[in-house]
Design a protein around this ligand. Structure first.
Ligand code: FMN
Length: 197
């Protein structure tokens, strides 16, 4: 059989039930603009939070992705390391999903796909959202970092003087995509104090 020829980069996006689901939605939209093939998983509480925080529903968000999966579908292609992907972004990532990934519990497709990323040495970015952080959260973040994940919490870059929440979210999304060498071209980069005062 011929080796798989892929033209487009392939990234898994997971939205879990932490506040800030707009970050996951905007990540999906930015990847779409960059012609990256997206594989979407939304957890049960991710779907509830989407309904509560936005005008989207899980169904309308799924339409923005190339492929979407039920979070219980452990038979999905992204459940296996033999299915080639370039990495995975969990945004926002609840501390429950963080804990499950750190414990290696693969009882849903989000935690299984994340586990696969780590074992295959693929990029895994967790946009963990919680405040304040207790010792369990901090330990889990340190341990998954040691296992190869990148913790990139959704924090505001005040130095960019965001005029709106949308600006702040674009900055967060842009910085996460930077971790995949993808340039969203949709946020302000720092060019030194001289240019900024
Ligand atoms: C509106 C809303 C906001 C929430 N915000 C957070 C949050 O910021 N961080 C967090 O870790 N959990 C948050 N939770 C709790 C999670 O949804 C809950 O722990 C759930 O079990 C996470 O499961 P999941 O990771 O499979 O989506 C929130 C729940 C709701 C309903």
């Amino acid at each position: 059989m011929l080796p798989e020829q892929r033209q487009r980069r392939r990234i898994v996006v997971a939205i879990t039930g932490a506040t800030g689901v707009q970050i996951g939605i905007q990540t999906l939209l930015a990847l779409r603009k960059l012609n990256v093939e997206t594989h979407l998983i939304i957890s049960k509480w991710g779907a509830e939070t989407i309904k509560y925080e936005t005008d989207y529903t899980a169904t309308t968000i799924k339409a923005l992705a190339d492929f979407s999966y039920n979070s219980h579908d452990l038979g999905a292609p992204i459940s296996s390391g033999s299915y080639k992907i370039d990495g995975m972004i969990v945004a926002p990532c609840s501390v429950k999903t963080l804990a499950a990934i750190n414990a290696g519990i693969c009882d849903d497709l989000i935690t299984r796909a994340a586990d696969v990323c780590l074992k295959e040495r693929r990029r895994l970015v967790l946009s963990v959202r919680e405040t304040p952080l207790n010792e369990i959260h901090l330990r889990n973040m340190l341990d998954v970092t040691r296992a190869g994940a990148i913790i990139a919490p959704p924090v505001v870059g005040f130095y960019t003087h965001p005029a709106s929440l949308e600006d702040a979210i674009q900055q967060m999304v842009g910085r996460v995509l930077d971790l995949f060498d993808l340039d969203s071209n949709d946020f302000t980069r720092w060019h030194g104090l001289k240019d900024n005062i």
